[in-house]
Design a protein around this ligand. Sequence first.
Ligand code: PLP
Length: 425
Amino acid sequence: MSHFDYQNGVLHAEGVALPAIAETFGTPTYVYSKAQLLDNFDAYANACAGRDALVCYAMKANSNLAILDLLARRGAGFDIVSGGELLRVIAAGGDPKKVIFSGVGKSEAEMRLALEHDILCFNVESIPELHRLDAVAGALGKKARVSLRVNPNVDPKTHPYIATGLKASKFGVAFDDALATYRTAAQLPNLEPVGIDCHIGSQLLDDTPLLEALDRLIELIDTLAAEGIHLHHLDIGGGLGIDYGVAGEDQPVPAGEYLNRVFQRVEAWRAEKHDGRGIKVIFEPGRSIVGNTGVLLTKVEFIKHGEEKNFCIVDAAMNDMARPALYQAWMDMQPVVKRETTGAMFDVVGPICESGDWLARDRELPVEAGDLLVMKTAGAYGMTMASNYNTRGRAAEVIVDGDQVHLVRRREKAEELFALESVIR
Ligand SMILES: *Cc1c(COP(=O)(O)O)cnc(C)c1O
């Protein structure tokens, strides 16, 4: 069930009509549904119930404190990719002991911060990173728990920019180098190898590549155990896809089904080993927790009839939502108040001075200047990728809870955008 529905021809988020939100908070505004967020998280949490498992929400998808707080209170851990994200988790009341630190370029300062907060594990991506982490941990008199991000070299069949587990990728340690890299980790005095992880890509509609990656991780865990390196967790990453409404595209596998298949394999493998050792399974979902939780509400400024195309110029732009410009992503645009179709085709574009500033192309939309539109399924990699390009303040963010609307990030003022700058005289 979606928590964004038309009632009497007007789009609502839960019990609130979107025109009322535009009236109160202006546009562009990201509108999130609390119920949708919790439903999405619960699909993971329920599949994990009674199992040794942890859901670490990949917060780069959407890191608003209110969202982190709601998930933390539901028991979520967090997958972070910077020291700044760790500070957000702490500010939102999340538990650093449920934090996994991913990323290829962790600085010494970030490692120190994470060690001081005793995070669950560092997902390490290279040998130089192992040495740096060992030195930083040693200087603090601590032992760092590490996992190696292994590149299982399975093709996730997604957009090349969001495929991360292939041989040519900057991410992870090559599968064939994993054993030697674990040996190095095991010999460094201030590191404790506790896990293994991978993340093969994003927006995967089918879980076959994820299950193939799982098999490869299992294979490595067995090889390592034979060498006396016993791991306590396996982290399969994130990547589960969502329905963006693309015509003719397959429906994504539901999270509950995917998790059940993961647990079946893991449990069958543990039973076959007869060694009584358990293993914790960690998931790092981002998009599938927040993607369909949000819409981007925007107003039509002008309708412009060009020589070859009609343009619907809206007040949201690539600085608010970069996915179309960055990945040529197809994002669904719909009118907030239903109108009779006119058959007119539009490119929906923003006011930014770049040809790449488009949100949707070749869409049949019944629109007039002054109308409200929504970009659907905009909750993931929307606000977190927003910038201030063209000195545009970033959008406001609100969370709807039943018939209540909570402002969770106010709109930026232009003066704030240059407040950190100074002139030289
Ligand atoms: C981005 C990322 C995720 C989340 O990916 P989704 O496709 O949003 O689920 C998980 N793990 C790592 C290491 C990531 O970089």
